[in-house]
Ligand binder design. Structure first.
Ligand SMILES: O=C(O)CCC(=O)C(=O)O
Ligand SMILES: [Fe+2]
Length: 874
């Protein structure tokens, strides 16, 4: 989404003619600076919100926070930044706004959205500046004046941890340009000071502290020698506080304001350069020098250059001078107003809903960490703020989908594509190669949901609606700067860093369990399909990476995307991840892309070029509402990375994986994961069988009207019914067939319930009649499990009865029957929860167990639904 792309980095080096023109800029020439401003206006797009999902881990206290990239060499010591200020006096006041993390600061303040650089600009004009741990030798942090160097051209020395100059900035950089423009346009700048700045005159109360509005009086180049005695040019800036009358809150409480100068009291003399005619102030005690870095006299003090500049001290007149400041440009309010519904996109998921807030009570900047609302991050402060959600309907999704310009791309030198009809879906199967000739990294299978599929009861439309109204515990990951919300269910999943929280499937809302069962079908089916296609199409398969066996999922990660959220290129991990990852897309459309990792030896011979060190995408496709995508093969995560960029107002993705718990090092988490990853028996009522069951199975279903007892054929459309019947039918043909004639051995009918006071209520209970007498009452169930025409489930292969081992079979059948019977008793006794006897359950193969549990769960569900219907037939 273009609004989230970083258009340019403040530290970007500019090249080309415009840059060369600028290089002639005199430090303080108004005329040149105005030209520069014009050039910027013409040539640069406005700065926009940095897309923060790609940004480094935001530092939290007590880590010294400067928002450095992960690649930045480590500091020599990571002590508590408070230590730097021990013994300093307390400040006389408190900041109007503060933050403890860079992410919160940048999320909440519209004048400082810069997650990485120390400058924030709008329309090419600087509006907010941060002074933190990069403190130069000639920096000043006093009550009314701040002098600092303008970032860029520095790096941290790996050995010493010191900041050193590595690049000369004769031409300035984007930051210099944007600040110069602000100076000439008289744009006031909000200055923010971090605790990492050792020049604080008092003890900073928080990590990030908003100081006040300042204006820029001077920007000039200086020449310094770095540790290797190499000459570098960099740029300095001097700010003056706008309001000189009010005592600055960061000055000591118990001292009279030591720095209280007014306009005109002191004047710093300026002189014209005999060489270039440029005018420069006499800023240094060392004497006057020309401050035009294009002039031969630049930074020559009385003809001298070199070491004597190392200890440049400012003149008193330069420090004490105060400059008239009046501007037509409005000051940014220091406290950014709370976002309102009017500014939002109508659904409560717009860009402003992803911003942070400044708590009106404690003035802390807080991120939008909770999906539902903003909560002040200060312990003990219970300020909450909401922009109510509006439910997004299938029609809204359709409208978005119609206008979505997704990206369909396949590099056919690398990726092969096949199309099939699978499980009632149109499916696309893509094969991604590994590094070796003929090696397969894995397959990506997409099941395309049609409008019919989406509209089915319990289908994607229902699920999307349900997610919007259920509490699915979505939260932003506070320890990382990401733009999507997430909740993890089942086993702990290592996603970048180990998820801090995971809830057990036994506490999951139905929507999550429905997603899990749907994806289980997709995972299983995709493996079968990919295997089949490899056979049919002669695709080479490498050993191990994409096995033919499906390992049931034990984890589900639910992601929630607001309008501007994305998930950037990543892999899902390799070490603790089994080969299958299945995702269900709900709501807004999105584009998913795959590219080989930088170091993967893929695509070289096909001319796959790198883009800034990254490989280009090899596969891109749209994911629409209801679509499911299955990645199968660990090679997909080893050699490739993927990203997903939604293009609408609200999207959810539920992604299931199997986490290999044996590889989990943390024993406590491992044990917890076993428990949390257990799929509750009652959830098997949501078992999904794909969309073509109705075609495969033609089992007559009879419905008995409970009031008349008369039977009639059903193809009842009532919510959930056909689906339930289909599912039960499916079980029939799978397991419960009569040995003699191949017809289903049981026949589900509705029968009059035998329980107490159900009256005329349209109670629907499934009862099976066999040819023989029912074993118990007409409410009882009996299952005849037939293993003759079905392979036993692979995972319990050893324990399975041998074909034709009737004793074993009938024991299994009996156990199944007892389970269902016991369960029926249980629900008829008004207890709607399934309490299957686990000992008996263990005698069944996993497939049989699923089926038995599914029958039980579906009956329980129907009974409970019927019980909830209003009894208004009398
Ligand atoms: O949002 C999606 O569709 C994909 C999410 C994803 O890549 C992940 O959860 O790892
Ligand atoms: Fe992923």
């Amino acid at each position: 989404m273009s609004a989230t792309k970083r258009k340019r980095n403040d530290d970007d080096q500019e090249t080309g003619p415009a840059a060369r023109t600028r290089s002639k800029m005199h430090a303080l020439s108004t005329e040149d600076a105005e030209q520069l401003a014009d050039a910027d206006e013409a040539g640069h797009k406005p700065d926009v919100l940095v897309d923060n999902a790609q940004l480094p881990v935001a530092p939290e206290l007590p880590v010294n926070a400067t928002g450095k990239k992960k690649t930045t060499p480590k500091r020599a010591s990571k002590g508590d930044p408070k230590d730097i200020h021990r013994g300093k006096p307390e400040p006389s006041g408190a900041p109007e706004v503060w933050a403890e993390s860079r992410a919160a600061l940048c999320n909440a303040l519209d004048y400082f959205r810069s997650h990485q650089s120390s400058l924030h600009s709008q329309d090419g004009v600087a509006v907010g500046m941060m002074i933190d741990s990069k403190v130069g030798e000639h920096d000043i942090f006093s009550s009314q004046v701040i002098i600092t160097s303008i970032g860029g051209g520095c790096a941290r020395d790996d050995r010493t941890g010191e900041i050193v100059r590595v690049k000369s900035l004769e031409d300035g950089n984007a930051a210099v340009r944007n600040l110069t423009k602000a100076m000439h346009l008289k744009q006031a700048i909000v200055v923010i000071a971090g605790m990492g700045n050792k020049l604080w005159p008092t003890t900073p109360p928080h990590y990030y502290n908003i100081l006040d509005h300042f204006h820029i009086t001077d920007i000039w180049p200086v020449k310094t020698l770095n540790h290797g005695n190499i000459e570098f040019v960099h740029w300095m800036i001097r700010f003056e506080k706008v309001n000189l009358l009010e005592k600055s809150w960061w000055t000591p409480a118990d001292a009279a304001n030591p720095e209280k100068y007014m306009v005109g009291e002191h004047v710093c003399p300026a002189h014209k350069c005999g060489m270039c005619n440029g005018i420069s102030k006499e800023k240094y005690k060392l004497g006057w020098t020309c401050l035009n870095n294009q002039c031969l006299e630049f930074f020559k003090f009385d003809g001298k250059t070199g070491d004597d500049q190392a200890h440049l001290e400012y003149t008193d007149s330069f420090l004490h001078e105060r400059t008239e400041f009046q501007s037509a440009r409005p000051l940014y309010p220091l406290v950014t107003a709370l976002p309102t519904a009017d500014e939002d996109n109508g659904f409560g998921t717009g860009k402003v809903s992803r911003n942070g807030i400044v708590c009106p009570e404690c003035r802390r900047c807080s991120r939008r960490l909770e999906w539902e609302r903003w909560e002040c991050e200060t312990d003990g402060c219970d300020f909450r703020h909401t922009i109510p959600f509006q439910i997004m309907k299938p029609q809204d999704v359709d409208d978005e989908t119609q206008s979505f310009r997704g990206r369909q791309y396949i590099n056919s030198n690398i990726v092969s594509k096949f199309e099939r009809s699978i499980g009632g879906y149109g499916a696309e199967v893509y094969y991604l190669p590994g590094e070796q000739q003929g090696e397969l990294a894995g397959s990506v299978t997409i099941f395309r949901a049609t409008p019919d599929i989406c509209e089915k009861p319990q289908g994607p439309d229902d699920l999307f609606a349900e997610l919007q109204t259920s509490d699915i515990s979505l939260r932003l990951r506070s320890e990382q700067v990401t733009s999507h919300f997430q909740s993890n269910w089942g086993a702990y999943y290592k996603f970048g860093v180990v998820v801090k929280r995971s809830k057990g499937f036994d506490e999951a809302p139905d929507a999550i369990l429905k997603g899990l069962h749907r994806l289980t079908w997709a995972g299983k089916t995709a493996i079968d399909a990919a295997g089949k296609v490899t056979g049919e199409e002669g695709v080479a398969v490498s050993e191990g990476s994409a096995p033919a066996e499906f390992i049931p999922f034990n984890e589900l990660l639910c992601l929630g995307y607001f309008e501007t959220s994305v998930i950037h290129y990543h892999d899902d991990g390799e070490k603790e991840l089994s080969p299958t990852v299945a995702t269900l897309s709900l709501g807004s459309p999105a584009t998913m892309r795959f590219r080989p990792k930088k170091k993967a030896n893929i695509g070289q011979s096909s001319g796959l070029k790198s883009d800034k060190g990254n490989k280009k995408e090899v596969l891109g496709f749209t994911l629409n509402h209801g679509d499911m995508v299955v990645m199968h093969g660990t090679g997909i995560h080893k050699y490739y990375e993927h990203e997903v960029k939604p293009g609408g107002k609200l999207r959810y993705a539920m992604t299931c994986r199997h986490i290999l718990l044996d590889l989990m090092e943390d024993e406590e988490r491992r044990l917890e994961s076993i428990i949390k990853g257990r799929i509750p028996d009652s959830s098997y009522r949501f078992t999904y069988h794909g969309e073509d069951m109705g075609e495969k199975l033609k089992v007559q279903v009879e419905e008995t009207d409970v009031s008349t007892g008369s039977g009639r054929s059903v193809h009842n459309d009532e919510e959930g019914y056909v689906q339930v019947l289909d599912a039960v039918d499916n079980l029939d043909t799978e397991l419960c067939t009569d040995d003699t004639d191949g017809e289903p051995a049981m026949d589900y009918t509705y029968d009059e319930p035998t329980m107490g006071d159900m009256g005329d209520m349209e109670e629907k209970v499934f009862t099976r009649y066999t040819d023989e007498e029912p074993v118990r009452s007409n409410m009882e169930e009996e299952l005849v499990l037939d293993n003759t025409d079905k392979e036993p489930a692979t995972e319990n292969m050893d324990e399975e009865p041998a074909m034709g081992d009737m004793d074993q079979e009938s024991t299994t059948a009996q156990h199944a029957s007892t389970l269902v019977g016991g369960f029926m008793d249980n629900i008829m006794g008004a207890n709607e929860t399934l309490e299957a006897d686990s000992t008996l359950l263990q005698t069944l193969s996993s497939e049989q167990r699923d089926i038995v549990l599914e029958i039980c769960s579906r009956i329980a569900y129907q009974v409970s639904m019927a019980r909830r219907q209003p009894q208004n037939n009398n």
